[in-house]
Design a protein around this ligand. Structure first.
Ligand SMILES: Cc1ncc(COP(=O)(O)O)c(C=O)c1O
Length: 398
């Protein structure tokens, strides 16, 4: 692979990528153009909930592509109506706006909260978000994010996103004032290294926001669509938020996202929100195929059971190598490495044909397909065990 066979330079260089070109995927495996096979525990960043190129999605896309691609967002289409109805039937929300990416869904959530503030709270516009949070890469969602690396970028930021500390209710209370309209959080901070909000904190946040007439926005772009063993993470805490965003898994590999709101919070008027591809039937057909499979009770039970297996295997590995805690829920887990060795582990795993992610220098994140097999988890653990063994031996020698 080189510049002659692949014109790498024609793409903007927005991140460091290994010099491999992927050509095919099936289930938990990816193949590059040399025929090398990789066991995938990244799955497009927690996107491919049914694994690579699942027949259910491929068939739905093929069938829909022969019927209708895009009539125009100014007209109704069947799959978007059907998917919106299915999502509202399965959640505490009443209405849906479809988007093409998580950031766009969150941008919509921010606009919806500001609209609500304009209509019902004398123009209140501040949205309390959290240190360490990640909500996307548009200007407003970068401003809502609490990612340190974003702080110096693209100044001036969009105003109105004071930051509280996760699992610290007093830090939220301190930020509430007459300009506050909402609190926005990821139930598990994924990009920060898989840091869960406790169920207790989520319940207290719900009570606090209700008491102050504030909207509670959950960003379930990573935790939603079965990732944690329930269809939506907020169900674990037994709360009903006002607004939720979904992305990643909702399309199972195609660009689809959604903004959901209760009827009280759903206050867009004509002209406030829209977009050329929003709710196009092709992507919504994929979303319906995903929801049909992931939403089945047996499927969600199996995600919870497989998640416990992954967690216990990671705990055994951690104990064997003197590493730190395992944290997360369902099939979103992190292993604390106690040392900044994550990048070298990821690089060695890649060479060994295993795809892992390091959200932080001292943590690995695991986000396999929701239908990952136990033997695939065992294969990943064996590979990681061998790498950690070699690294440990190297450190002892040094
Ligand atoms: C919690 C969360 N919110 C928002 C986003 C942004 O989604 P997208 O990359 O589809 O814009 C991500 C992506 O990683 C995410 O994990």
């Amino acid at each position: 692979m080189n510049i002659a066979t692949h014109p790498f330079d024609a793409l903007m260089d927005i991140t460091l990528r290994p010099a491999a070109v992927f050509v095919r995927g099936e289930g938990s495996y990816l193949w590059d153009d040399t025929g090398k096979r990789y066991l995938d525990f990244i799955q497009g960043w927690a996107v491919n909930c049914l694994g690579h190129s699942p027949p259910a999605i491929a068939d739905a896309l093929a069938a829909q592509s022969k019927l209708l691609l895009t009539p125009s967002p100014a007209f109704y289409n069947g799959p978007s109506l059907e998917l919106a109805k299915a999502l509202t039937d399965r959640s505490c929300f009443d209405q849906v706006f479809f988007a093409n990416s998580g950031a766009e869904a969150n941008e919509g959530a921010i606009k919806l909260a500001r609209k609500y503030g304009a209509l019902h709270k004398r123009g209140a516009y501040e949205i309390i978000s959290f240190a360490g949070g990640f909500h996307g890469r548009t200007l407003a969602t970068m401003s809502a994010s609490g990612k340190k690396a974003f702080e110096p970028l693209f100044e001036p930021k969009v105003a109105g996103f004071p930051k509280a500390q996760l699992n610290d209710l007093a830090s939220v209370k301190r930020l509430i004032n007459d300009s506050t309209i909402a609190v926005m959080l990821e139930p598990i901070q994924g990009e920060a290294g898989v840091w869960p909000a406790t169920d207790q904190f989520l319940r207290e946040l719900r009570e606090l926001t209700k008491a102050h007439g504030l909207l509670l926005i959950v960003d379930e772009i990573q935790t939603g669509m079965g990732r944690t063993g329930k269809l939506f993470h907020y169900e674990h805490a037994d709360i009903e938020p006002d607004i939720m965003t979904l992305g990643k898994g909702i399309g199972g590999g195609v660009p689809l996202a959604a903004l959901l709101a209760t009827s009280a919070a759903s206050c867009f008027e004509h002209g406030d929100q829209g977009g050329t591809f929003n709710g196009n039937p092709l992507m919504c057909a994929a979303g319906l195929a995903v929801l049909r499979e992931v939403g089945a009770p047996d499927f969600l039970k199996s995600v919870a059971a497989t998640g416990l297996y992954l967690e216990s295997e990671l705990q055994r590995l951690s104990a064997r190598h003197g590493l730190g805690e395992v944290r997360g829920r369902g099939l979103l887990q992190a292993l604390d490495l106690r040392h900044p060795i994550a990048a070298s582990i990821v690089a060695q795993a890649f060479a060994d044909g295993v795809l892992l992610n390091a959200p932080q220098p001292d943590a690995l994140r695991f986000m396999p397909a929701l239908n990952v097999r136990r033997e695939e988890i065992a294969g990943m653990i064996d590979a990681l065990d061998a790498i950690l063994g070699k690294l440990g031996a190297a450190r002892r020698v040094a």
